[in-house]
Design a protein around this ligand. Structure first.
Ligand SMILES: *[C@@H]1O[C@H](CO)[C@@H](O)[C@H](O)[C@H]1NC(C)=O
Length: 542
């Protein structure tokens, strides 16, 4: 979902005094903290109980593949190690408060004190934002508390967004995916200098960041770079773009830039010079137009997130779904969703009347799904819509549940079952407690109506919810303890904590995070979503 209202006060990273003296061997305990790496000296600053290092991990010319950095350099020409990196170019939103720059391939490391004495794990966090917005400095993403709580290095990475990352007019694809892979290569080389053990490396992300994780799970060349993965609220219904859809969208975008050789006399060099001379504002405006038109260019693009990684067959070779042959897999995964993933979309922007009468249910479903999925959904009992009698009820709760199910919950559960069937393991969870993310602050259903909306898990995981309630603090404590054990020992069940049962091919045993027991299966049974009504990736990508 795209957040459009800027109500958030930017998170300020305030360096407090260093409570426990950092004991990195041979390093000063006060002032700037330096670490020698194979690519030069890194300088960090105290951030909460951790030390924060910011670095440019790669460089890239516009619409060219990125190249791994060979020197340790502060981003954007900064000389102050406390400076935060510029975000990748994007429209303004609550997901980013930094200046933007095409020089944006930065990663922020939060190194816990234990790193000096132990070989600690690392978790790379890939931010969300529908592949068009977000940054490593987005709300709640300061990893210092998570680093201390998990005894792990938390690395928060940026990658090129939107058309700059995924639709190069020269016909390439997946530049943004290659950016993240380059960050893994850079970290592999440099983490040992910070006490990181490269074999204990987990990739994690939320929303489109989790979609990026999924893309990396389908990338053979990336498999040796991480041992486990965590997916928060991946909108799995969308799937990867097919090469056909990607080419159609890319061609429309390229045409809109008016640079390509419209006559035989326009040379490739002239076109390239034209692309490089385009102001960012022109590119972002063309991207906005593409977003609006994508579903009419190719319905497979979908209405929500048309710019996304592509199943190119060379870098990414599997969508890890039922539409293609499935590779054998073995990595452990954690897959979670939140109770009301679609809450923002359904209750925001006055998207639907209040109340939405029961008579509107079927037309809304039909507009979204077309036939025959509409009949399958409306004739099932899962969404509890009356077919006769009193239709004067508000059916927004049913529409919200439907959206949550097909885009996130059931598609994630289907993914988990497939993953296990082909050799992997997974633990599935569902958050029923959240911390309202700034993008949801203007939606009463999310902010005060009890809805646990998309992104409301982020600050619980990072331990950055302001003034947490005891229920929020309890979820933070549980999830950080479980992640600590998972990151270090591939085990989500630390001793003394209730057992989180692994998913099986027939029952994903989704643990309720913030409540008790397992989440109700409802429409996410193996015989309904994905089997009767199909996901978009099944409809469009088979
Ligand atoms: C491309 O040309 C069309 C038609 O002249 C114009 O409307 C559009 O603004 C141009 N786009 C750019 C990026 O200059």
């Amino acid at each position: 979902m795209v957040a459009v209202l800027a109500l958030f006060t930017p998170l300020l990273l305030v360096a407090s005094s260093w409570a426990t003296p950092l004991a990195l061997p041979g390093l000063p305990r006060q002032g700037a903290i330096t670490v020698n790496t194979p690519v030069g000296q890194a300088t960090g600053v105290v951030d909460g109980g951790a030390v924060r290092f910011t670095v440019r991990y790669a460089t890239a010319n516009r619409w060219q593949p990125s190249v791994v950095a060979t020197t340790w350099t502060l981003p954007n020409g900064a000389s102050d190690p406390a400076a935060l990196p510029h975000a990748c170019p994007q429209d303004s939103s609550v997901e980013n408060s930094q200046p933007t720059s095409e020089d944006c391939l930065s990663v922020i490391l939060y190194v816990p004190p234990v790193a000096a004495t132990k070989n600690v794990p690392t978790m790379l966090w890939i931010h969300g934002g529908s592949f068009i917005e977000g940054s490593a400095t987005g709300p709640g993403l300061d990893g210092s508390k998570l680093a201390v709580a998990t005894g792990s290095i938390i690395a928060v990475v940026q990658y090129r967004l939107g058309v700059l990352g995924l639709f190069p007019p020269n016909g390439g694809t997946n530049l943004a995916v290659k950016d993240v892979i380059n960050s893994l290569q850079f970290l592999r080389q440099t983490l040992p200098s910070f006490g990181g053990q490269t074999s204990k490396f987990t990739i994690a992300g939320q929303s489109s960041g989790a979609s990026m994780v999924r893309a990396l799970l389908g990338t053979p060349s990336a498999q040796s770079l991480f041992r486990s993965a965590i997916l928060h609220s991946d909108p799995m219904d969308f799937g990867l773009l097919s090469t056909t859809t990607q080419s159609s969208l890319q061609a429309a975008f390229t045409k809109s830039l008016n640079c390509s050789s419209s006559t035989p006399t326009t040379s490739a060099a002239a076109a390239a010079a034209c692309y490089n001379a385009l102001p960012l504002s022109t590119i972002l405006s063309a991207q906005d137009d593409l977003m609006s038109n994508a579903a009419s260019i190719d319905p497979a693009a979908g209405l929500n997130e048309p710019i996304r990684p592509c199943l190119d067959g060379t870098l990414i070779t599997s969508p890890l779904d039922s539409t293609h042959s499935y590779p054998s897999v073995n990595k452990p995964l954690i897959i979670s969703t939140v109770l009301n993933e679609a809450g923002n979309a359904i209750y925001n922007y006055n998207a639907f009347p209040d109340p939405l009468p029961g008579s509107a249910f079927e037309p809304v479903v039909e507009a979204t799904f077309g036939q025959p999925r509409t009949q399958q959904i409306c004739s099932s009992t899962f969404y509890g819509v009356p077919t006769s009698g009193n239709l004067a009820i508000d059916v927004r709760p049913q529409i919200e549940k439907l959206g949550t199910d097909y885009i996130w919950k059931c598609s994630s559960w289907t993914f988990a079952r497939n993953w296990i069937a082909h050799g992997g393991s997974a633990h599935v969870g569902m958050y029923v407690v959240g911390a309202t993310y700034p993008s949801n602050a203007n939606v009463p259903f999310c902010a005060s109506g009890g809805g646990i909306c998309h992104e409301d898990d982020i600050m619980l995981l990072f331990g950055t919810a302001p003034n947490p309630t005891s229920a929020q603090a309890a979820v933070t404590t549980e999830i950080q303890a479980r992640y600590k054990n998972f990151l270090s020992a591939n085990d989500i069940n630390p001793s003394g904590m209730a057992t989180w049962a692994p998913a099986t091919t027939t029952d994903v045993h989704a643990r309720v995070l913030g409540g008790t027991g397992e989440a109700p299966v409802n429409a996410c049974t193996p015989t309904f979503w994905g089997a009767t009504p199909q996901y978009d990736y099944q409809v469009f990508n088979e």
